[in-house]
Design a protein around this ligand. Sequence first.
Ligand code: SF4
Length: 265
Amino acid sequence: MTSFDQGSPIPGTSGANPDASFADDPPMLDLDQVAVQVRSCTSCPLHAGRTNAVPGEGNPNADVMFIGEGPGYQEDRQGRRFVGPAGQLLEGLLASIGTNREEVFTANMVKCRPPGNRDPAPAEMAACTKYLDRQIELVNPKLIVTLGRFALGRYFLGEGITRAGGKLREKDGRLIFPVLHPATVLRAANLRPTMIEDFKAIAEILENASEGPGPELDDSVVSAQQETRLSFVDGPEPPFVSAAPAEISTVNVEEAPRPEQLSMF
Ligand code: SF4
């Protein structure tokens, strides 16, 4: 595996195609092989501080895949998802729409916990995207739900959750539905109704996707009401690298303090 320092350009690339530098890595033919490689990965500095890598888990044939940010304290300790407060909230939201953790697939932008729950760095997300890319290919979900602004930035670079949240979009042939990060909702209980409504919408999207023709995409401007509800959630633009060729942003993102005990899944 290739290692590099945080903040360095991705070796062998201009930051546009992280995969190009890992051509010699073993193939990841299934999700188990992805997990094995994640657990031994030293491709970015986050490996040095992890207790356990958290590859992601769930139904290998899931209709919906949730993409979060990175492991929280409890996930790092146990090497599993859904074991912290934010994971428990997500589990409750899944139950509210008649599903559960075994039926969906969940994964993170980075598989190792950033120290102190800090934001993952652009280079760290770029290094780790090879695993997430492969997980998406293998699961091939009907719908991808991005949790929070880092995962949103993977698909819609530079957009904020205020405008993009709760709107079904299509990108690179996949349906993308951005929602708030549950850890954000834990810090702001007034956002809970928004999250509940968004999960109801997820259930409807999946139902429509099963019945075909495809669900109606929403490219309209977000309502003034929603702008008001979410207006403090967005920080500056997310510093993420899309799976598609894109420039790596080096913009720092400010966010509300993250209690150590919060899972960021
Ligand atoms: S965060 Fe991803 S790229 Fe970095 S060491 Fe962990 S598995 Fe490897």
